[in-house]
Design a protein around this ligand. Structure first.
Ligand code: MRU
Length: 344
């Protein structure tokens, strides 16, 4: 079963909050369920958030009772804005909602628009699988058999339609009989590395070693890490990249050890409207994510700062791997060229 699946009356998602203890699928029947699933990280990871929101918008639109196109567009805009309010950092959310909204701009009837929304959302999921496979192929060209590669968070199959972005080379290497060793940072406070990446890669038969986040420097040194590869939530026009909290620290360490640091992401994560990393909104989440682990309090009730993401400056990024190929440096000039064919 896929991590996200459209059905005519609902969407099913793999509950990423229940992993690795339980493989549980949830039925999202209303737009509020979709919003809640995104906010509470039952579905997470930039492409997965975008796809789920797209399906959520298509689902909501099916229940509009009007035959009037202007009313339909007003209701669609209201629901688009509601879903867009779920999380601020991953640009894929806004990209997906806007792509869906645009797909019905020229619809000639409400019925046609309703069908088009479903079709467009399904197309996005089909495309994402192909995009991730291409990212994986490009990423794999950077690695050698036996490499030891560090990652953080989960930019894997469950965060996309299939394969993942930063985890795509591990899945493809496995398919091709190449051995890559993954070193997964646990990713405090929500533990996407420990709960999700360790689970996803071990289920796929990939050799994965789990470390806590504060072991990264020692691991790079002692285990001769060959490269770091991470996903992204938003890449600004100059290449500055927002990704899971802890990514920036890994990039600094990689620089200190002279290890290449790669970002793997689809074009839908590149936001040319956002000039630099300083313009990327960084989500701050509830203090309980830090003061508690698995519902158990581990800290007194003190002030907590809990940014869910950080921004890695472009100077620390060796290369950005997309479905269109790999860019090495000079991102400001080269990122727009990736879109030329798409825009033409
Ligand atoms: O808060 P999350 O778990 O949604 O954060 C996810 C990440 O930071 C991922 O690395 C990113 O979205 C890429 S997923 C292919």
């Amino acid at each position: 079963m896929k991590a996200i699946q459209w059905h005519d009356t609902h969407i099913t998602i793999l509950n990423q909050q229940a992993l690795p203890h339980k493989t549980e699928y949830l039925e999202l029947k209303h737009i509020e369920d979709v919003w809640d699933a995104i906010v509470t990280l039952k579905v997470r990871g930039a492409p997965a958030i975008g796809m789920t929101a797209a399906y959520g918008l298509a689902l909501a639109a099916q229940s509009y009772e009007t035959d009037d196109l202007a009313t339909f567009h007003t209701e669609l805009k209201r629901d688009r804005d509601y879903l867009a309010s779920s999380r601020p950092t991953a640009v894929n959310l806004f990209w997906a909602l806007d792509r869906l909204t645009k797909s019905v701009a020229n619809a000639t009837s409400v019925n046609e628009a309703k069908t088009t929304l479903i079709h467009e959302a399904i197309c996005m999921q089909i495309e994402d699988e192909d995009v991730c496979r291409r990212i994986g192929e490009h990423a794999l060209s950077l690695f050698q058999d036996g490499d030891r590669i560090m990652t953080i968070c989960n930019a894997g199959a469950i965060a996309t339609a299939r394969y993942g972005t930063a985890l795509a080379p591990f899945h493809l290497a496995k398919e091709k009989g190449i051995t890559l060793h993954a070193y997964a940072c646990e990713t405090r406070p929500v533990l996407q590395g420990a709960r999700l990446t360790a689970w996803e890669l071990s289920e796929a038969g990939v050799d994965v070693t789990l470390i806590t986040d504060n072991m990264a420097a020692q691991t790079m040194k002692a285990k001769h890490i060959s490269a770091v590869i991470v996903g992204a939530d938003r890449i600004a026009a100059n290449g500055d990249t927002a990704n899971k909290i802890g990514t920036f620290g890994l990039a600094i360490l990689a620089k200190a050890f002279n290890i290449p640091f790669y970002v793997a992401a689809p074009l839908s994560t590149i936001d040319l409207q956002t000039k630099t990393g300083d313009d990327i909104p960084i989500e701050e989440r509830a203090k309980e994510e830090v003061t508690h682990i698995g519902g158990v309090r581990i800290a007194p009730d003190v002030n907590v700062y809990n940014p869910a993401f950080d921004v890695t400056p472009h100077e620390l990024i060796t290369g950005i791997i997309t479905e269109k190929g790999i860019i090495f440096g000079d991102y400001e000039t080269k990122l727009p060229t990736l879109f030329e064919e798409v825009l033409a």
